[in-house]
Design a protein around this ligand. Structure first.
Ligand SMILES: CCCCCCCCCCCCCCCC(=O)SCCNC(=O)CCNC(=O)[C@H](O)C(C)(C)COP(=O)(O)OP(=O)(O)OC[C@H]1O[C@@H](n2cnc3c(N)ncnc32)[C@H](O)[C@@H]1OP(=O)(O)O
Length: 219
């Protein structure tokens, strides 16, 4: 499957690249929030655009030919740095940091103005995005990975912007299908619940190396 790239990088260099990626993505994330909330006038907007365009030009000096893909070391550590939910290179990712326990996985993340749907509330699609990744990564961590086949989300009550918590656990495994359930809570109250069916695709059955299938990295 293209897009999976074996690229061995020693731990020290990896930590350095990770720090660089997180730092620039964090700056751009700040920029996104500032853009959504700015009240400055035309002259300041023009000046800001000039600086942003200059920064873009610097980054364009050396680019990957396409998306980042999923890269992994032969020891199984994995990098999904372009991922839309947890990619450390990706400023549109909230980004979520996942924690995995024996029984369940969880994340806590602050969702600010850039993730608004209804006034003052988290966009339902953003919650679905986070649940998709959280549930999918939970299946992966438990050694039964798959692509999302179906994701059902029930929005029980509105989720105000701010700090949310997501939790997920594998409910059962049926052949190549892993059924995972999860919730989003805000201030201790469940505002959304989900069930996902994650399916090990045909191309991965027996074809993908054990290293990749068992890989659980920093994301
Ligand atoms: C090393 C391995 C890596 C593998 C991968 C890992 C990814 C690790 C990511 C970690 C975290 C990801 C979190 C974000 C995850 C996304 O964002 S994934 C992106 C969104 N999803 C997609 O693009 C999936 C698109 N769809 C497909 O690729 C294929 O339709 C699927 C879902 C893989 C299934 O196709 P298939 O492999 O040909 O499945 P098939 O053999 O026909 O059916 C197998 C079983 O699944 C059932 N089924 C088929 N489709 C569906 C469906 N849509 N809904 C429910 N059941 C279905 C069938 O009825 C059958 O059931 P049983 O007869 O066994 O009871």
């Amino acid at each position: 499957m293209s897009g999976y790239i074996q690229e061995d990088i020693d731990p020290e260099e990896l930590a350095h690249r990770s720090e660089l990626a997180s730092s620039i993505a964090g700056s751009v994330r700040e920029l996104i929030d500032a853009t959504v909330r700015t009240e400055v006038g035309e002259a300041d907007i023009a000046e800001a655009r000039r600086l942003i365009e200059a920064a873009t030009e610097i980054l364009r000096k050396d680019q990957l030919p396409g998306a980042y893909g999923i890269r992994f070391n032969t020891d199984g550590t994995k990098r999904s740095w372009g991922n839309a939910v947890l990619g450390r290179r990706n400023p549109i990712a909230p980004p979520i940091e996942l924690h995995h326990g024996a029984e369940f996985s969880w994340t806590e993340v602050d969702l600010g103005a850039a993730y608004e749907g209804p006034a003052g509330l988290v966009h339902g699609g953003v919650l679905a995005l986070i649940l998709d990744q959280l549930l999918g990564s939970t299946a992966e961590f438990q050694g039964v990975p798959g692509m999302t086949g179906t994701l059902n989300v029930r929005y029980r009550s509105a989720t105000p912007l701010g700090r949310i918590r997501g939790e997920a656990r594998v409910d059962r495994v049926e052949g190549v299908k892993t059924i995972v359930t999860g919730t989003i809570t805000r201030d201790g109250k469940v505002t959304a619940e989900a069930e996902g069916i994650f399916i090990l695709p045909k191309w991965a059955r027996g074809e993908v190396s054990d290293v990749l299938r068992k890989s659980v990295g920093e994301g």
